[in-house]
Design a protein around this ligand. Sequence first.
Ligand code: NDP
Length: 294
Amino acid sequence: MTAKLIDGKTIAEAVRREAAEETAALKARTGQAPTLAAVLVGENPASQTYVASKGKACEEAGMGSITHRLPATTSQAELEELVRQLNADPAVNGILVQLPLPKGLNEQAVLDLISLSKDVDGFHPMNIGQLVMKGRIPQFIPCTPAGCIELLVRSGITIAGKDAVVVGRSNIVGVPVAALLQNADATVTVCHSRTKDLPDKVRRADIVVAAIGRPEFVRGDWLKPGATVIDVGINRIADATRKSGSRLVGDVAFDEAVEVAGAITPVPGGVGPMTIAMLLTNTVRAFKLQHGLA
Ligand code: NDP
């Protein structure tokens, strides 16, 4: 069997187009555009790239984009003061503090400070709490997990009644994606580094979400034939055949998995592009909430 490819690039483009259309309509109605403020502390090159891509995506969608670049020597008090200013600024609809923060800064305290109505990354404990509580609706859903679900839904894959296995239990991916799958009526097993017989657990799944951070960790023979595989992993490995000397791979051994799965996301071009697309969706939502239009 050769799995159907779930094309995250095309689906992300559609989501971004919809965000741009909503932005144009909101601008016509209010005279203002949804605006995202990103805070980047320090010189982490990956973070610099992410923040630049997020700013560019906002501009392409007609949204406002403000980037605050702070030196790695910024104190906790200075960073918290900036977040307070952004919370109070009516021209800012969404706030994103790029993680990880440099050592010595208290990430948790900063995330807790972001106004709930501007928490477009969805990492505030209140948002995560509401996500995992039955019958509660969070203001915002974290972007990468929301992107995983959007890929399933827009690919016509039924979630309700399915057995899903999420490998990974981080606050930013594993835990929220498991909650979203459960909220969509899947029966969810969450696996982690202490899980016994991981291949056996994965083999039972109709839907597998891999968010581990280990290159090509999930093997093809772990999969149930026909399963849907959402590979969140982004790992750079050495590859002498490439000019750059390296290439990106996911947490799933794609060449093996594609022969067994029914549908699979590639890396790159699967979950990756969805994160920024869902950030735009969340920023539009923040604007609407703040203007009483949601
Ligand atoms: P974390 O390191 O925070 O979490 C990794 C999880 O994998 C942990 O729960 C850990 O278990 C589990 N794990 C580690 N080793 C094993 C193992 N041998 N067997 C089973 N489980 C294991 O990573 P993140 O969730 O932040 O990220 C996961 C991957 O997703 C990374 O490759 C990252 O780059 C990528 N990513 C991609 C995004 C995107 O597409 N936009 C966004 C965010 C992340 P335990 O809890 O027991 O330690």
